[in-house]
Design a protein around this ligand. Structure first.
Ligand code: F0G
Length: 455
């Protein structure tokens, strides 16, 4: 694997506080074994999410000082709008305070247009918002997606045959392609797949949206892995991705390299007007959409920096190197490495635990206790449910996602993390107990549930 050094120098420092295993055990007790309740000062390496956790560049910090905080018509909005238009090619841009509000505002427009939202795989907030509006959600990942240990360049692709069947037989309101597929290993979607989906959507007159949080990482994978794109820049490829779709919603907390923000892009003025009407109710006036002028400035710079080749090459390579170090020691992972995260397969890591003992959550909690590493369960806690009958449903995968914040950790931080996980796997994994849920919320339960170790 090519060794690529961090393409930046570090100017501002934030301390990492060491904690003992006993201190972390106490923190877990106070948090009811829910890692979302652990104060960040008690975390050594925080890989909970790549959302809003990135480091801003000197250029972004200086743009922040240019923020125009006028309620209406702020100069910062027009700078932001121009940057988004240039990158995506869309005419109408609606700012929001983060991705899930963009989803909610956009999805609201499709409420009477059909029964289903069909996707390669929706992220949890998109799924919860869709279900909240009464949609049924149909995830149709390609067959390669299910071969966890085998290499395929575009495991994020949607299954085109299954999609056509759904479009033919069901009442579909909207097709959403999530790039990259966050719930399924951070895997990319090829341009060929996006283009084919567009063709099918056109044939059945169903609109196509991109959940484009990680559009730059997806563009980089296309450049590296899809034939015919080697000579294209990430910006050119991203533009080609956006050209294929009717609309997109974006959390700027990922490839916007910002700590907060999001947006919707559409091609039709009527749809844009509807979105803005709801925006005013929920987020604010259309030239700030729940953000400060300075945030809009930071996003405008961040979106462009995220498309720089040196940045993307290092980013995707450091995820791959981290994945390789773990894989070389036999840690069961989803392969190949995703763009923003490495996903441990908890079912294979803890083969003695049944899914009813939530192996993903048990492993995430155990890694925090063992080494202060905070990952995130993506499994039956996140996607399972307790039905009204009391029956419990489980997800097909039990994963622990180790998500890499952008421009935050160095190779030595990742080396420490990998080594700690390898140590835990060799020394203690087979003694780990399972977990039970002791309190749960009706939706997005992973954020607020309480858990306990099974005796
Ligand atoms: N879509 C995808 C694919 C996401 O990964 C996220 C957030 C959202 C939408 C919602 O955006 O957080 O700005 O409201 N993902 C974060 C994560 C939370 O940890 O993966 P948001």
């Amino acid at each position: 694997m090519k060794n690529v050094i961090e393409p930046y120098k570090i100017k501002t420092l934030e301390p990492i506080y060491w904690t003992t295993r006993e201190q972390r055990r106490q923190a877990l007790k106070r948090a009811h074994l829910n890692l979302f309740f652990i104060p960040s000062k008690d975390v050594v390496i925080d890989l909970l999410t790549d959302s809003g956790t990135g480091a801003m560049s000197a250029k972004q910090w200086s743009a922040l000082m240019q923020g125009d905080e006028s309620y209406a018509g702020a100069k910062s909005f027009f700078i932001f709008e121009k940057a988004v238009q240039e990158i995506t090619g869309f005419e109408f841009v609606v700012p929001t305070h983060q991705g899930r509000s963009a989803e909610r505002i956009l999805l609201h427009n499709f409420k009477s247009k059909g029964e289903y939202i069909v996707s390669n795989m929706l992220f949890d907030t998109t799924r919860a918002n869709s279900e909240d509006f009464g949609f049924k959600v149909l995830d149709l990942p390609c067959s390669e997606f299910f071969a966890d240990t085998e290499y395929h360049p575009f495991k994020g692709n949607i299954d085109l045959q299954a999609l056509e069947k759904a479009l033919r037989e069901k009442s579909v309101a909207l097709v959403v392609l999530t790039v990259t597929n966050n719930s399924g290993g951070g895997q990319p979607v090829s341009l060929q797949n996006i283009t084919a989906v567009k063709k099918l959507c056109k044939k059945y007159s169903v609109p196509l949206a991109l959940d484009a949080c990680r559009f730059a990482e997806n563009a980089w994978f296309i450049k590296q892995r899809e034939s015919g794109f080697k000579e294209k820049t990430p910006s050119e490829i991203a533009k080609m991705m956006f050209e294929q779709v009717d609309m997109c919603f974006v959390s700027a907390k990922k490839d916007g390299l910002a700590n907060i923000g999001g947006f919707i892009c559409v091609r039709e003025i009527a749809l844009s007007a509807n979105c803005k009407n709801r925006l005013v109710l929920a987020e604010g006036f259309p030239t700030y959409g729940g953000l400060a002028g300075r945030d809009l400035e930071a996003i405008a710079v961040g979106l462009k920096e995220a498309l720089e080749e040196s940045y993307l090459e290092h980013r995707i390579n450091s995820t791959a190197c981290f994945h390789q170090q773990l894989a070389d020691s036999g840690i069961p992972l989803l392969s190949p490495a995703g763009g923003h995260a490495v996903y441990i397969d908890a079912k294979r890591f803890l083969p003695h635990l049944p899914v009813s003992a939530y192996p993903g959550q048990a492993l995430a909690v155990a890694l925090y206790e063992y080494a202060g590493i905070r990952g995130c369960e993506i499994g039956s806690v996140m996607f399972g449910k307790t039905l009204e009958s009391g029956e419990k449903t489980y997800h097909s995968k039990e994963l622990v996602r180790l998500c890499l914040p952008r421009r935050v950790y160095t190779q030595s931080h990742l080396h420490y993390t990998a080594q700690s996980i390898i140590d835990f796997y060799k020394k203690s994994a087979n003694q780990l107990r399972g977990i039970k849920i002791t309190k749960e919320a009706p939706c997005l339960r992973h954020f607020t549930s309480h858990f306990a170790w099974i005796e």
